[in-house]
Structures are given as structure tokens and as C-alpha cells.
Design a protein. Structure first.
Length: 184
């Protein structure tokens, strides 16, 4: 949980405010099913530092998951979130991939599935029909991460029924706290 002074969106420097605006616009477009507005906002996110965008979106997704599942998440919960998001996004975002949603969810929860449990890289593996890892892309581009994280944020903020602003502010606060701690 975030401690210390909370950053508001108005406190952000212009580059961070541009990220917050793009995230807000993208989530709103995703909730409305507006593919053109979603792509415009996601494209603006592509202009920002991909690592900051990834961490910020991951923190926001994690915060929402923690609020929606205060007793913890299990595999069924994650499967439900993934399926719900993919179904909701498919009509307006044909590039949505459940496997990419899994990777984003795992990353938000601090699990980074760089390799499947058997230790082989994805380019060494022959696909198997019943292999649960067959749809999990182990390497995603920063744009794929951002787009799929936005789809998750749209779904989770809708399920939570609260404005996304507070989650963004908490994610920026957490990012600033981590950067302050990491500086010598």
C-alpha cells in the first residue's frame, strides 16, 4: 500500500501529466468501445518512457485487483478477469489476446513469466494442443503491454465502480516512492 504524501494528477510534471491524460483517455475509450479513440490514446502512451508506462499501469492494475479481491486471487479469479476482459474488448479491439492479458496480470502481481515451467524458451517449443502456455506470449512489445493493461484497467475500474483518477494517483505516488527509495 502507498504511504506518505499522495501525489495528485495536478501535482504531476507535464510529461507525467501527459501519461495520465493518455491513460485516462484510453480507459474511457475502452469502456465506451471506441477503437479510434483507444488507438489515439494508446499511441500517445507510446511516446512516453515504456518502462514508466509499464510500471504505472501495472501498479494501477494491482491496486484494483487488491481492492476487488481483498482475500487474495486464485487461478479461477484470474481466469474470470481474463475471459471477461477479452470478451468485452473483442468487438472493438480485434487484437486483444487472452495470453497477453495473462502476462500483464502476472506482471502486475509481481510474477514475470519469462519462461514456461519446463524452462524452454518460446522459440524452442513445439505447440501442443492442451498446453496452457501455448497462448501465453512470453515477450510482449511495450505497445502490447500498454494496450492490454488499458483493457484490464477499463474492466477493473468498471467492476469497482469508482473513478480511475484515484488509482492513477496512487500508482504515480507508488512510482515516485520507489524512485525516491532507489536513488542513492
Amino acid at each position: 500500500m502507498v504511504s506518505g504524501p499522495r501525489i495528485t494528477l495536478g501535482d504531476l510534471p507535464p510529461p507525467a501529466r501527459a501519461i495520465a491524460t493518455a491513460v485516462t483517455d484510453a480507459v474511457g475509450a475502452a469502456q465506451a468501445g471506441d477503437a479510434a479513440a483507444f488507438e489515439d490514446a494508446a499511441g500517445r502512451l507510446g511516446l512516453a518512457d515504456p518502462e514508466h508506462v509499464r510500471v504505472l499501469l501495472g501498479d494501477a492494475v494491482r491496486l484494483l485487483l487488491e481492492e476487488l479481491h481483498p482475500d487474495g486471487l486464485d487461478g479461477d479469479d484470474l481466469r474470470d478477469v481474463t475471459a471477461r476482459c477479452a470478451r468485452a474488448a473483442a468487438p472493438w479491439f480485434p487484437g486483444v489476446r487472452p495470453g497477453a492479458l495473462v502476462v500483464v496480470l502476472a506482471g502486475a502481481l509481481g510474477v514475470h513469466p519469462d519462461t514456461p515451467p519446463d524452462g524452454t524458451r518460446d522459440d524452442e517449443r513445439a505447440p501442443e494442443p492442451d498446453d496452457p502456455w501455448s497462448d501465453v506470449p512470453l515477450r510482449l512489445s511495450p505497445d502490447d503491454v500498454a494496450r492490454h493493461a488499458i483493457v484490464l484497467l477499463a474492466d477493473l475500474t468498471g467492476a469497482r465502480g469508482r473513478p480511475r483518477r484515484g488509482y492513477l494517483e496512487a500508482a504515480f505516488t507508488e512510482l515516485a516512492r520507489r524512485e525516491t527509495v532507489e536513488q542513492p
